[in-house]
Design a protein around this ligand. Structure first.
Ligand code: UDP
Length: 374
């Protein structure tokens, strides 16, 4: 059976990599990898690390492309791929435009869809942030829902998704993280990672941020908070791999450029980023994936958003702090100055599984496809 695996961004690539490997290892399933390259450079770094060579590369990224144009181009360009390859199933991951548009194209071609990381919800469908809509709409097109947690299953049931189509598997991000950490611990890493780690002689806070919902005022506040934390703690470093989006780069360079203990660096490949995550004091982020990963490494996470679709993480060392600079600074000070609080935040149990999600997903898929045939 041929399984078309489609994705377009860095986080999807990280979370799909273990699934592609499990498909390759399966005796009866065969992956066909199709990338839309909704993001180009950051996707390519990840493909290289996981040694994934796409069978089809639609190369759809264009500067300043609007959501409508991107959506239409994905739909138009992936449809001939489906028609030509006639896969027995399509796998999509997460909540990007690639996820939803691939699901829609597959639905039009009547090819069954498996949705990995299904059932995450903030409960807030407001435009113009497309992720929640992408998640909900993809759920209603998919036939198999691979939910990371019980919570996610409950959200799907509440939307009348039939229980026999929902499978709790954990999140494949843990599979990817455990794989890369094991390599790093065995000393298998690049010169870049080695040099980055060597430069980090002092305790440091790791920062990432890129969400559309924070562009503008939110990002100004986030940067002001980082500046205050750095100025009040000269004994610490702040390391910030800055996302390539100009809406992020402009305020970051303007507010945080040229401060002695703030290190603005290029977005990192997954290996050096995972290595830094393993070494930092804690993480300040608005990223979804990082909220799932850092608790597995015993690192507290302050999430600079007002809502999260990963509510189970809030019991696991993750705290929502919004985008108000005062609240971010207060939460960071508490982690830096209150040892009991820090200990509680760093010893939480990760709710996203034991690193076997991809193998579970592939064996469920095989059973579903091969049983239907019988
Ligand atoms: N990540 C990375 N390099 C970086 C920042 C993040 O490899 O410089 C990884 C991170 O470990 C996580 C994923 O990228 O697995 C998260 O991606 P992102 O924050 O872009 O997206 P989200 O998870 O919010 O959808």
């Amino acid at each position: 059976k041929n399984i078309l695996v489609a994705f377009g961004t860095r986080p999807e690539a990280i979370k799909m990599a273990p699934v592609i490997q499990a498909l390759k290892d399966h005796p009866n399933l065969h992956p066909i990898v199709c990338v839309t390259a909704q993001h180009r450079e950051m996707l390519d770094q990840t493909l290289e690390l996981f040694e994934i060579t796409p069978d089809i590369d639609l190369n759809l990224m264009r500067p300043n492309q609007g959501l409508a144009t991107l959506s239409a181009r994905i739909l138009e360009n992936i449809t001939p791929v489906l028609v030509e390859h006639q896969p027995d199933a399509v796998l999509v991951q997460g909540d990007t435009t690639t996820t939803f548009m691939t699901a829609l194209a597959s639905f039009y071609q009547q090819i069954p869809i498996g949705h990995i990381e299904a059932g995450l919800r903030t409960g807030d469908l407001r435009a113009p942030f497309p992720e929640e809509a992408n998640r909900v709409l993809t759920s209603h097109l998919a036939q198999w829902h691979f939910a990371p947690t019980e919570n996610n299953k409950a959200a799907l049931l509440a939307e009348n998704i039939p229980p026999e189509q929902i499978f709790i598997t954990g999140n494949t991000v843990i599979d990817a993280l455990l794989w890369i950490q094991a390599r790093i611990n065995r000393g298998i890493y690049s010169e870049q990672t080695k040099a980055l780690l060597a430069r980090r002689q002092r305790p440091f806070i790791l920062v990432t941020g890129h969400r559309r919902e924070s562009f503008g005022q939110g990002f100004e506040e986030i940067c002001q908070a980082i500046k205050l934390i750095a100025a009040s703690h000269p004994e610490l470093d702040i390391v910030y791999p800055v996302h390539l989006n100009p809406n992020v780069q402009e305020p970051v360079e303007r507010i945080l450029g040229n401060l002695p203990n703030i290190h603005l660096i290029e977005p990192l490949g997954y290996e050096p980023f995972a290595a830094l995550m393993g070494q930092c004091l804690f993480v300040l982020t608005d990223s979804g994936g990082v909220q799932e990963e850092a608790p597995s490494l015993g690192k507290p996470v302050l999430v600079m958003r007002t809502k999260t679709e990963r509510t189970e993480a809030l019991k696991a060392g993750v705290r929502l702090v919004g985008t108000d600079s005062e609240t971010i600074v207060k939460a960071a000070y508490q982690l830096l100055n209150d040892a009991t609080h820090f200990r509680q935040m760093s010893t939480a149990v990760n709710p996203y599984g034991d690193g076997t999600a991809a193998i579970q997903i592939v064996s469920i898929l095989a059973k579903q496809l091969l049983d239907t045939q019988a």
